[in-house]
Design a protein around this ligand. Sequence first.
Ligand SMILES: Cc1cc2nc3c(=O)[nH]c(=O)nc-3n(C[C@H](O)[C@H](O)[C@H](O)COP(=O)(O)OP(=O)(O)OC[C@H]3O[C@@H](n4cnc5c(N)ncnc54)[C@H](O)[C@@H]3O)c2cc1C
Length: 235
Amino acid sequence: MKVVLLSYTKDAEVLCATAARTCYSKGVPSEIKEKIAPERAGKLIEDVVSIGHHSVIEHAYYTFSIEGVSRAMTHQLVRHRMASFSQQSQRYVSMLDPEYVVPDSISKDEESKKIFVDAMDNAWEAYQRLAEKVPVEDARYVLPNACETNIVVTMNARELMHFFSLRCCNRAQTEIREVADEMLRLVKEVSPSIFKDAGAPCVRGPCTEGKMTCGKPRRKGADAGSIQKQHPSKS
Ligand SMILES: Cc1cc2nc3c(=O)[nH]c(=O)nc-3n(C[C@H](O)[C@H](O)[C@H](O)COP(=O)(O)OP(=O)(O)OC[C@H]3O[C@@H](n4cnc5c(N)ncnc54)[C@H](O)[C@@H]3O)c2cc1C
């Protein structure tokens, strides 16, 4: 798996701070923007976002290339309706070479790995035989969820915050969590103020997973015990 930040709003923090200031100012946005010092923009954004004025960070966009991931992962990713996607097509791209993702839980156990690899071999043998007789768009029906794919995704900062809340959580599936963690690392480098509190809900406060909590808060210094106490039924 590889995640690359292909493009992003270069002056995201000043832009979003301009949007925020516009709401509370008689001035025009083009002049407000000129007056906002980049080192002041972060604090402005933190202040408005902390009071729930989240629409101001919708002006910042981030585009990622997500490479060598499974279709099982992208199937979860594309459920995020506020994002834009462009995914490698199995109609137009031949899948004749077996390329698939093996989850760690399977690759570290020899018996599981053998079951998995046998299933992949069978699926690809069927695909190759079918592709000689029918269009690849139909032959692909036998390909597995593990099939490797590439996808470009664009999200604005507000949608990314929401995405990180759901997918950086330990309850999210491993592959999409690893992708989300890497996306978060990349956007924090370029827009640190916007994404200061981004991540699973337990980065900001108590776990929101109720009885399903993992009991392992990601917040530095957080007390896993206090989260457990909120959900006494969790063993
Ligand atoms: C741990 C986990 C387990 C999951 N298990 C399942 C499962 O078993 N089966 C399953 O089908 N899905 C499952 N999902 C997917 C989940 O139901 C969502 O489809 C997915 O997480 C996208 O979230 P979203 O709809 O909040 O986000 P987005 O589509 O990105 O939307 C962002 C926000 O915009 C608003 N919004 C978007 N569209 C609408 C709309 N039409 N109407 C009103 N408000 C809207 C909502 O506030 C939404 O939260 C799971 C997700 C997670 C994280």
